[in-house]
Design a protein around this ligand. Structure first.
Ligand code: SER
Length: 420
């Protein structure tokens, strides 16, 4: 296996599936179009739902994309671990009523073993409990050894995200070796040894959003592979922050802050927060999201302000995120030309948001520290949290996070009443 850059991996994947008759489409916007069930696109298949259900006719029955995705349920974990991130790219090949399990599994194997040249004995595969058809394709047709196969239940091997098309799936794992897991860890456990990097979904049901499943007229294929995860494997690194293009973004932050990565854990957390959040926010603004106090705009504001606060923790004075976004744009310019077109807007929006937060952040932090020091209780009042938001621009989630660091909470009910 040879080291391969993230941009090269993306290109190799898309051109491989073009060679299998797929139409290459550019990434869709992070802002879902005509889908109220999602705030932000969180999977490669999300913008394609109407092709799966048959509501719209796809431009071709075989499509391949590299989709920008944002997942936000774990924002407060991002940085603290090196595993979590909000922004990632998902590679996918899709069949809308065309090929099904046979081709999807064969091509996945061919891509891994012949294009990426992964050693076969490092690859493990899971299938849904009773999916004998997939099990047989992997073991009998492709030749995966039974001791490299596992059957997993609904939690792991049935894919659905809110309402829409869904189905049983089969996942491919890369074994990073014994040193990454405990001696008894196995495929499917939450360890760092077996990295799940490709999910082949055999989309055959439609979930109406209330857990009612109906069979889709056509069987479809929806595969999703985390580009950064694949890059980790191909570059022999432990996590997304060590991947080449992401490292370059972190290096820019390191230059500005004058610190080192892997020098002390507190700085590392801040470096990861900023690196991740500047990626997602640059792409969000490129797709037309503006900072605000609700919906997507709130997510953007929260990410930018969280990153700005971590800049403070690193000792950076003044605005800096608007400079780092230049590296995000540069690293992604070939794959995402719209970032280059929107360059001036992105820089302007980030700078304006940083400037407005910077005016109040220090006073706000002092106010909050005083409140924490003088509070007789473990809970901050809703009125104080509201004041921090209204006067000092602290998104409630940032206040919650700062308090959690001191073992405190917020009276959210009172805050909600005041905010309503
Ligand atoms: N929809 C599946 C996922 O997001 C495969 O693309 O994992």
């Amino acid at each position: 296996m040879e080291w391969m850059g993230l941009n090269e991996i993306r290109e190799k994947y898309l051109s491989f599936f073009e060679s299998k008759g797929h139409l290459r489409l550019p990434s869709f916007s992070l802002v879902p179009q005509g889908d109220k069930s999602l705030l932000l696109i969180n999977a490669g298949m999300a913008p394609l739902k109407k092709y799966f259900t048959g509501e719209l006719t796809p431009p071709r029955k075989r499509v391949t994309t590299c989709q920008k995705c944002i997942r936000t349920p774990d924002i407060e974990r991002v940085g603290i671990t090196a595993r979590h991130g909000t922004y990632f790219e998902m590679l996918g090949n899709f069949s809308f009523g065309d090929y099904f399990k046979q081709e999807a599994t064969h091509w996945a194997w061919e891509f891994c073993t012949e294009v990426m040249k992964m050693p076969k004995d490092k690859l493990f595969v899971s299938v849904y409990l009773d999916d004998d058809e997939a099990y047989d394709i992997w073991t009998k047709d492709i030749g995966v050894a039974p001791d490299h196969m596992v059957r997993l239940g609904k939690e792991d091997n049935f894919w659905e995200h809110g309402a829409g098309p869904c189905g049983p799936c089969s996942e491919i794992y890369f074994d990073r070796g014994e040193k990454y897991g405990s001696p008894d860890c196995k495929v499917g456990c939450d360890c760092d040894r077996y990295v799940e990097f490709w999910n082949l979904v055999f989309t055959q049901f439609e979930n109406d959003g209330n857990g009612n499943y109906t069979r889709l007229k056509n069987c479809n294929i929806d595969t999703g592979m985390g580009l950064e995860r694949l890059a980790c494997i191909m570059q022999g690194v432990d996590n997304l922050f060590e991947v080449d293009t992401v490292q370059n973004i972190m290096k820019h932050v390191i230059d500005i802050a004058g610190v080192k990565y892997h020098d002390n854990e507190k700085n590392d957390v801040s470096l990861r927060v900023i690196t991740d959040h500047i990626r997602s926010t640059t792409f969000m603004i490129g797709d037309g999201v503006m900072p605000s106090n609700e919906g997507r705009g709130y997510v953007l504001r929260r990410l930018l302000r969280r990153a700005a606060r971590h800049g403070r923790l690193l000792g950076i004075k003044g605005t800096f995120l608007y400079k780092v976004c230049e590296t995000v744009i540069r690293e992604n310019a070939d794959a995402y030309p719209n970032l280059v077109e929107k360059h001036d807007l992105i820089v302007k929006v980030i700078k304006a948001e940083e400037e407005s937060f910077n005016k109040t952040i220090d006073t706000g932090l002092t106010v909050l520290e005083n409140l924490i020091a003088t509070s007789g209780s473990k809970q901050l009042s809703g009125a104080d949290a509201f004041k921090l938001q209204d006067t000092f621009g602290f998104p409630i989630d940032l206040t919650k996070e700062l308090l959690a660091e001191k073992g405190m909470t917020v009276d959210v009910a009172e805050y909600d009443r005041l905010y309503a």
